[in-house]
Write a protein that binds this ligand. Structure first.
Ligand SMILES: [Zn+2]
Length: 272
Protein backbone atom coordinates (compact mmCIF):
# COMPACT_ATOMS: atom_id res chain seq x y z
CA UNK A 1 0.00 0.00 0.00
CA UNK A 2 2.86 2.39 0.78
CA UNK A 3 4.57 1.84 -2.55
CA UNK A 4 1.38 2.14 -4.59
CA UNK A 5 0.54 5.37 -2.70
CA UNK A 6 4.03 6.60 -3.49
CA UNK A 7 3.56 5.91 -7.22
CA UNK A 8 0.38 7.97 -7.22
CA UNK A 9 1.99 10.85 -5.30
CA UNK A 10 5.07 10.97 -7.55
CA UNK A 11 2.71 11.37 -10.52
CA UNK A 12 2.01 14.93 -9.34
CA UNK A 13 5.34 15.87 -10.98
CA UNK A 14 4.01 15.32 -14.51
CA UNK A 15 0.46 16.37 -13.52
CA UNK A 16 1.95 19.74 -12.51
CA UNK A 17 3.86 20.05 -15.79
CA UNK A 18 0.65 19.38 -17.75
CA UNK A 19 -1.19 22.04 -15.75
CA UNK A 20 1.59 24.55 -16.51
CA UNK A 21 1.10 23.94 -20.25
CA UNK A 22 -2.69 24.20 -20.04
CA UNK A 23 -2.41 27.42 -18.02
CA UNK A 24 0.17 29.13 -20.24
CA UNK A 25 -1.82 28.29 -23.37
CA UNK A 26 -4.97 29.79 -21.86
CA UNK A 27 -6.81 26.44 -21.77
CA UNK A 28 -7.20 25.81 -18.03
CA UNK A 29 -5.87 28.32 -15.50
CA UNK A 30 -3.81 27.22 -12.51
CA UNK A 31 -5.63 27.62 -9.19
CA UNK A 32 -2.77 28.96 -7.02
CA UNK A 33 -4.15 27.57 -3.76
CA UNK A 34 -4.65 24.06 -5.15
CA UNK A 35 -1.28 24.21 -6.88
CA UNK A 36 0.49 25.13 -3.63
CA UNK A 37 -1.17 22.37 -1.64
CA UNK A 38 0.16 19.73 -4.01
CA UNK A 39 3.38 21.14 -5.42
CA UNK A 40 5.07 23.16 -2.66
CA UNK A 41 6.20 20.16 -0.58
CA UNK A 42 6.06 17.48 -3.27
CA UNK A 43 9.84 17.11 -3.56
CA UNK A 44 10.20 16.75 0.22
CA UNK A 45 7.32 14.26 0.50
CA UNK A 46 8.84 12.03 -2.20
CA UNK A 47 12.55 12.48 -1.41
CA UNK A 48 13.19 9.29 0.60
CA UNK A 49 11.44 6.32 -0.98
CA UNK A 50 14.03 3.90 0.46
CA UNK A 51 12.90 4.86 3.98
CA UNK A 52 9.29 4.39 2.99
CA UNK A 53 10.03 0.91 1.77
CA UNK A 54 11.71 0.20 5.13
CA UNK A 55 8.55 1.35 6.97
CA UNK A 56 9.96 4.56 8.49
CA UNK A 57 7.02 6.28 10.32
CA UNK A 58 8.08 9.86 9.45
CA UNK A 59 8.29 9.02 5.75
CA UNK A 60 4.91 7.28 5.82
CA UNK A 61 3.53 10.42 7.49
CA UNK A 62 4.87 12.49 4.58
CA UNK A 63 3.24 10.14 2.10
CA UNK A 64 -0.13 10.45 3.84
CA UNK A 65 0.19 14.22 4.10
CA UNK A 66 0.90 14.39 0.36
CA UNK A 67 -2.01 12.18 -0.62
CA UNK A 68 -4.42 14.01 1.70
CA UNK A 69 -3.29 17.42 0.41
CA UNK A 70 -3.84 16.20 -3.15
CA UNK A 71 -7.37 15.22 -2.09
CA UNK A 72 -7.98 18.62 -0.50
CA UNK A 73 -6.66 20.35 -3.62
CA UNK A 74 -9.10 18.37 -5.79
CA UNK A 75 -11.94 19.29 -3.42
CA UNK A 76 -11.26 23.02 -3.41
CA UNK A 77 -10.90 23.19 -7.19
CA UNK A 78 -13.77 20.74 -7.77
CA UNK A 79 -11.56 18.95 -10.30
CA UNK A 80 -8.88 16.27 -10.32
CA UNK A 81 -6.64 18.59 -12.39
CA UNK A 82 -4.30 19.39 -9.44
CA UNK A 83 -3.53 15.69 -9.01
CA UNK A 84 -4.00 14.08 -12.39
CA UNK A 85 -2.41 14.62 -15.80
CA UNK A 86 -0.92 12.56 -18.61
CA UNK A 87 0.44 9.92 -16.18
CA UNK A 88 -3.15 9.20 -15.09
CA UNK A 89 -4.27 9.03 -18.73
CA UNK A 90 -1.89 6.10 -19.20
CA UNK A 91 -3.02 4.51 -15.95
CA UNK A 92 -6.74 4.90 -16.63
CA UNK A 93 -6.36 3.61 -20.18
CA UNK A 94 -4.59 0.48 -18.89
CA UNK A 95 -7.19 0.07 -16.13
CA UNK A 96 -10.08 0.18 -18.61
CA UNK A 97 -8.30 -2.11 -21.07
CA UNK A 98 -7.62 -4.67 -18.32
CA UNK A 99 -11.26 -4.51 -17.22
CA UNK A 100 -12.55 -4.82 -20.78
CA UNK A 101 -10.34 -7.80 -21.52
CA UNK A 102 -10.90 -9.50 -18.17
CA UNK A 103 -7.26 -9.24 -17.09
CA UNK A 104 -6.33 -9.16 -13.38
CA UNK A 105 -6.36 -5.77 -11.63
CA UNK A 106 -3.01 -4.11 -10.81
CA UNK A 107 -2.75 -1.54 -7.98
CA UNK A 108 -3.56 1.95 -9.29
CA UNK A 109 -0.35 3.60 -8.02
CA UNK A 110 1.85 1.05 -9.81
CA UNK A 111 0.24 1.98 -13.11
CA UNK A 112 0.48 5.70 -12.32
CA UNK A 113 4.19 5.21 -11.50
CA UNK A 114 4.91 3.68 -14.90
CA UNK A 115 2.60 6.26 -16.51
CA UNK A 116 4.73 8.94 -14.83
CA UNK A 117 7.91 7.46 -16.34
CA UNK A 118 6.12 7.29 -19.72
CA UNK A 119 5.00 10.92 -19.52
CA UNK A 120 8.40 12.18 -18.27
CA UNK A 121 10.18 10.29 -21.05
CA UNK A 122 7.88 11.98 -23.57
CA UNK A 123 8.57 15.38 -21.98
CA UNK A 124 12.31 14.75 -22.46
CA UNK A 125 11.78 14.25 -26.20
CA UNK A 126 9.58 17.37 -26.34
CA UNK A 127 12.08 19.52 -24.46
CA UNK A 128 14.81 18.38 -26.85
CA UNK A 129 12.86 20.09 -29.66
CA UNK A 130 12.36 23.68 -30.63
CA UNK A 131 8.59 24.11 -30.92
CA UNK A 132 9.04 27.67 -32.21
CA UNK A 133 9.94 26.02 -35.53
CA UNK A 134 6.62 24.25 -36.16
CA UNK A 135 5.40 24.49 -39.76
CA UNK A 136 1.99 25.94 -38.90
CA UNK A 137 0.61 25.92 -42.44
CA UNK A 138 1.50 22.25 -42.93
CA UNK A 139 -0.08 21.31 -39.57
CA UNK A 140 -3.30 23.12 -40.39
CA UNK A 141 -3.50 21.55 -43.86
CA UNK A 142 -3.11 18.05 -42.39
CA UNK A 143 -5.57 18.66 -39.51
CA UNK A 144 -8.44 16.11 -39.52
CA UNK A 145 -12.13 17.09 -39.37
CA UNK A 146 -14.49 15.88 -36.63
CA UNK A 147 -15.73 12.87 -38.60
CA UNK A 148 -12.18 11.76 -39.36
CA UNK A 149 -11.20 12.14 -35.68
CA UNK A 150 -14.20 10.05 -34.64
CA UNK A 151 -13.26 7.34 -37.14
CA UNK A 152 -9.63 7.21 -35.91
CA UNK A 153 -10.58 7.08 -32.23
CA UNK A 154 -13.15 4.36 -32.81
CA UNK A 155 -10.62 2.34 -34.77
CA UNK A 156 -7.99 2.75 -32.05
CA UNK A 157 -9.99 1.18 -29.22
CA UNK A 158 -11.02 -2.48 -29.33
CA UNK A 159 -13.47 -2.24 -26.39
CA UNK A 160 -16.82 -0.76 -27.59
CA UNK A 161 -17.71 1.11 -24.36
CA UNK A 162 -14.21 2.54 -24.11
CA UNK A 163 -14.36 3.63 -27.77
CA UNK A 164 -17.73 5.30 -27.18
CA UNK A 165 -16.43 7.26 -24.21
CA UNK A 166 -13.17 8.16 -25.99
CA UNK A 167 -15.06 9.59 -28.98
CA UNK A 168 -17.09 11.81 -26.65
CA UNK A 169 -14.04 13.01 -24.68
CA UNK A 170 -11.90 13.59 -27.77
CA UNK A 171 -14.60 15.53 -29.61
CA UNK A 172 -15.17 17.64 -26.49
CA UNK A 173 -11.67 19.07 -26.95
CA UNK A 174 -11.75 19.13 -30.76
CA UNK A 175 -10.51 22.36 -32.28
CA UNK A 176 -10.91 23.45 -35.89
CA UNK A 177 -7.95 24.04 -38.21
CA UNK A 178 -8.41 27.77 -37.65
CA UNK A 179 -8.32 27.33 -33.87
CA UNK A 180 -5.29 25.09 -34.30
CA UNK A 181 -3.52 27.93 -36.11
CA UNK A 182 -4.15 30.25 -33.16
CA UNK A 183 -3.00 27.60 -30.69
CA UNK A 184 0.21 26.91 -32.61
CA UNK A 185 0.98 30.62 -32.88
CA UNK A 186 0.58 30.84 -29.11
CA UNK A 187 2.83 27.82 -28.58
CA UNK A 188 5.47 29.41 -30.85
CA UNK A 189 5.33 32.68 -28.97
CA UNK A 190 5.36 31.23 -25.47
CA UNK A 191 7.46 28.10 -25.93
CA UNK A 192 10.79 29.48 -24.61
CA UNK A 193 9.12 30.57 -21.35
CA UNK A 194 7.02 27.40 -21.05
CA UNK A 195 10.03 25.19 -21.69
CA UNK A 196 12.01 26.90 -18.90
CA UNK A 197 9.15 26.35 -16.48
CA UNK A 198 8.75 22.72 -17.49
CA UNK A 199 12.45 22.12 -16.92
CA UNK A 200 12.09 23.44 -13.38
CA UNK A 201 9.00 21.33 -12.68
CA UNK A 202 10.01 17.99 -14.21
CA UNK A 203 12.32 15.14 -13.29
CA UNK A 204 13.90 12.87 -15.89
CA UNK A 205 12.47 9.42 -16.59
CA UNK A 206 15.65 7.94 -15.10
CA UNK A 207 15.30 9.93 -11.87
CA UNK A 208 11.67 8.87 -11.53
CA UNK A 209 12.54 5.26 -12.27
CA UNK A 210 15.17 5.32 -9.51
CA UNK A 211 12.74 6.79 -6.97
CA UNK A 212 10.00 4.28 -7.83
CA UNK A 213 12.41 1.35 -7.62
CA UNK A 214 13.56 2.50 -4.18
CA UNK A 215 9.91 2.66 -3.06
CA UNK A 216 9.36 -0.92 -4.18
CA UNK A 217 7.24 -0.01 -7.23
CA UNK A 218 7.52 -1.87 -10.54
CA UNK A 219 9.16 0.20 -13.30
CA UNK A 220 9.04 -2.31 -16.13
CA UNK A 221 5.74 -2.17 -18.09
CA UNK A 222 5.75 -5.96 -18.38
CA UNK A 223 5.50 -6.17 -14.58
CA UNK A 224 2.03 -4.58 -14.86
CA UNK A 225 1.06 -6.70 -17.89
CA UNK A 226 1.67 -3.97 -20.49
CA UNK A 227 3.40 -5.19 -23.65
CA UNK A 228 5.78 -3.02 -25.65
CA UNK A 229 3.25 -2.73 -28.47
CA UNK A 230 0.54 -1.68 -26.01
CA UNK A 231 2.81 0.93 -24.40
CA UNK A 232 3.74 2.36 -27.79
CA UNK A 233 0.09 2.60 -28.82
CA UNK A 234 -0.82 4.13 -25.46
CA UNK A 235 1.07 7.28 -26.38
CA UNK A 236 -1.72 8.22 -28.75
CA UNK A 237 -4.67 6.32 -27.26
CA UNK A 238 -4.21 7.79 -23.75
CA UNK A 239 -4.93 11.28 -25.13
CA UNK A 240 -8.30 10.18 -26.44
CA UNK A 241 -9.90 9.02 -23.18
CA UNK A 242 -10.20 12.41 -21.51
CA UNK A 243 -10.88 15.96 -22.68
CA UNK A 244 -8.27 17.39 -20.26
CA UNK A 245 -5.32 19.05 -22.04
CA UNK A 246 -1.90 17.50 -21.34
CA UNK A 247 1.48 17.04 -23.01
CA UNK A 248 -0.20 14.25 -25.01
CA UNK A 249 -2.30 16.95 -26.72
CA UNK A 250 0.68 19.26 -27.15
CA UNK A 251 2.67 16.62 -29.08
CA UNK A 252 -0.38 15.70 -31.16
CA UNK A 253 -1.20 19.28 -32.12
CA UNK A 254 2.39 20.25 -32.89
CA UNK A 255 2.81 17.09 -34.98
CA UNK A 256 5.82 15.68 -33.10
CA UNK A 257 4.08 12.70 -31.47
CA UNK A 258 5.20 10.02 -33.94
CA UNK A 259 8.82 11.21 -34.03
CA UNK A 260 8.97 11.39 -30.21
CA UNK A 261 7.55 7.87 -29.85
CA UNK A 262 10.02 6.55 -32.46
CA UNK A 263 12.86 7.99 -30.38
CA UNK A 264 11.52 6.51 -27.13
CA UNK A 265 11.57 2.97 -28.56
CA UNK A 266 14.75 3.29 -30.67
CA UNK A 267 18.10 2.00 -29.33
CA UNK A 268 19.20 4.31 -26.52
CA UNK A 269 15.62 5.55 -25.98
CA UNK A 270 13.79 5.40 -22.64
CA UNK A 271 11.91 2.21 -23.65
CA UNK A 272 14.52 0.51 -25.83
ZN1 LIG B 1 -4.39 8.41 -8.86
Amino acid sequence: MNSTGYGDLLGKITAGADWIIADRLGIEPIDPQAWSLVQDALRAWTAHPERLHAGDPQTIEHLFEGLIMAGVAMQISASSRPASGSEHRFSHLWEMQALGHGHPAIPHGYKVGIGTIAAAALYERVLARDLTEIDIDARCRAWPGRAEVERMVRQGHDIPQLAENAVEETLAKYITAEQLRERLLLIQARWPAIRAELERQLMTADQLRGLLEAAGCPTDPEAINITEAQLRESYWLARTIRSRYTVLDLVYETGVLDACVEELFAPGGAWS
